[in-house]
Write a protein that binds this ligand. Structure first.
Ligand code: ATP
Ligand code: MG
Length: 456
């Protein structure tokens, strides 16, 4: 696409010479003889670059510059200055002008300036959209009381330097919480370094965290800077902290107490200024009882404890999350936004989501990709969700099919639904198929609260 360039200058000779240079190079030229017209063009035509004369009768270039910046802060403006106005042009760059060029205009200089300005704008646009995408991905969605408590804790903890221990089941959003704490802290412009303590083998974790000198052990062929040093001035996130060995725990405790690290194979201590966030899905109190987690480290980490409740304890959030993920994945896959019907939503909301939000997210991704229409309905849901037994109360379902009887009933119910589907919900045929009297089948339907699905 052609870049559009607006020239605001009261001298028609200047406009004309720029028009020739620009059009020859394949740019689209717009000309304005007054500052007022120029501003109107900026609003209406959305140019990619502006050349702006400083000295004009009426509104002068400096005023116009400020007005343009108010309309579109990212639009590059190049000031055109005569000899007398060079100092003003320098002032203008401080006010946000991209550059200035002097009269008489040399075409080489004009073209170089354009290329620089347009490249920079493209880069800035790209950064902005990248940042927006990142923000959507790390957005914490939900309005339940449980989540509000978490958000409050984030708000209170973020601006401090206090250590935060984030607990909760797998997939509830602990990492998201850690990122939010960092993003809302005074360290947000510094690094956020994440270490997954469960994923790193025991014999490597110390060198990973604290670094090592070349030759400090077999295999240490190069010097390595540890994560704590990398996170200096920023935040380190010790994920799955409950999986750290006791030996490593002792060393981490020392960093927390002394604010210094020692690379393996070096006697030198290095001061670090690091904010520590940690997360675990283990019950650390139990681990302390068992002797596999240090109590002193626990107290150091849990200065501000944040518990993220499981999704089944905040089912109100399900519709919001489903919509959020549906949008995200529709966009990712270049689909038109897909809608989930209330009936399907109700089933999603009722599900137990053992894997919490991660499981819900994956389910929605699959639905968006696998559903051919713009509307996701009950029939599009996977079997496992549709035959979920509703006989359980929504809030006392701590054990799904926990007892033998529950298991048998759940299996029987699923079996009946399956057979009813096969016969197109024909009771007589189903009874015959499974070799039971119709009256018994009716009784079972009643008992398990099985109703014919809308989609038949
Ligand atoms: N409130 C939320 N709003 C939007 N997305 C969420 C929310 N909570 C979690 N997610 C998403 O769910 C997924 C799992 O979250 P996350 O990785 O933070 O969980 P976790 O508690 O760290 O899990 P694990 O214990 O398994 O490491 C991620 O893709 C995350 O973006
Ligand atoms: Mg995690």
């Amino acid at each position: 696409m052609k870049s559009r360039i607006l020239v605001i200058d009261d001298e028609s000779a200047i406009r004309e010479s720029l028009r020739m240079i620009l059009e020859y190079e394949g740019y689209e030229f717009l000309g304005a003889a007054t500052g007022q017209d120029g501003i109107t063009f900026v609003e209406r035509e959305r140019p990619d670059l502006v050349f702006l004369d400083i000295k004009m009768p009426g509104m002068d270039g400096m005023d116009v510059l400020q007005r343009i910046k108010a309309v579109d802060d990212a639009l590059p403006v190049v000031m055109i200055s005569g000899h007398a106005t060079v100092t003003t042009a320098v002032e203008a760059t401080k006010l946000g002008a991209f550059d200035f060029i002097e009269k008489p205009l040399a075409s080489e200089r004009v073209l170089v300036t354009i290329r620089n300005a347009i490249d920079r704008r493209a880069l800035a646009d790209e950064n902005r959209s990248l940042k927006r995408v990142m923000e959507v991905r790390h957005q914490i969605v939900g309005e339940s009381a449980g989540l509000k408590g978490v958000m409050d804790a984030i708000r209170r903890a973020a601006p401090t330097n206090a250590t935060v221990l984030i607990t909760g089941e797998s997939g509830v959003g602990k990492e998201l919480v850690a990122r939010a704490v960092h993003r809302n802290s005074l360290r947000s412009r510094e690094r956020f370094i994440q270490v997954n303590c469960a994923a790193i083998p025991d014999d490597l974790i110390e060198s990973e965290l604290f670094g090592h000198e070349k030759g400090s052990f077999t295999g240490a062929t190069e010097k390595q800077i540890g994560k704590f040093e990398q996170a200096d001035k920023g935040t380190i996130f010790l994920d799955e902290v409950g999986d750290m060995s006791l030996k490593t725990q002792a060393k981490v405790l020392r960093v927390l107490q002394e604010g210094e690290v020692e690379r393996l194979g070096s006697a030198r201590t290095i001061k670090v200024d690091v904010r520590v966030l940690a997360a675990t899905n283990k019950n650390l109190e139990e681990e302390i009882e068992k002797g596999s987690f240090r109590e002193d480290l626990y107290f150091r980490l849990a200065v501000i404890p944040v518990y993220v409740p499981p999704l089944r304890d905040r089912r109100e959030d399900v519709p919001l999350l489903v919509r959020h993920f549906a949008e995200l994945f529709s966009r990712d896959n270049n689909f038109r936004p897909k809608r989930v019907t209330p009936a399907a939503m109700e089933i999603l909301q009722r599900n137990r989501w053992k894997g919490n939000i991660r499981e819900l997210r994956n389910a929605v991704e699959r639905l968006i990709i696998m559903t051919p229409n713009d509307v996701v309905d009950v029939a599009d849901l996977p079997e496992s969700l549709r035959v979920e037994t509703p006989a359980r109360g929504p809030d006392n379902d701590s054990g799904r099919a926990g007892t033998l009887r529950e298991h048998k009933e759940a299996a029987e119910r699923a079996f009946l639904v399956q057979k009813l589907r096969e016969t197109g919900w024909n009771i007589s045929k189903t009874a015959e198929l499974i070799d039971t009297p119709r009256s018994n089948l009716y009784k079972k339907l009643e008992q398990y609260n099985i109703k014919q699905e809308v989609d038949g």
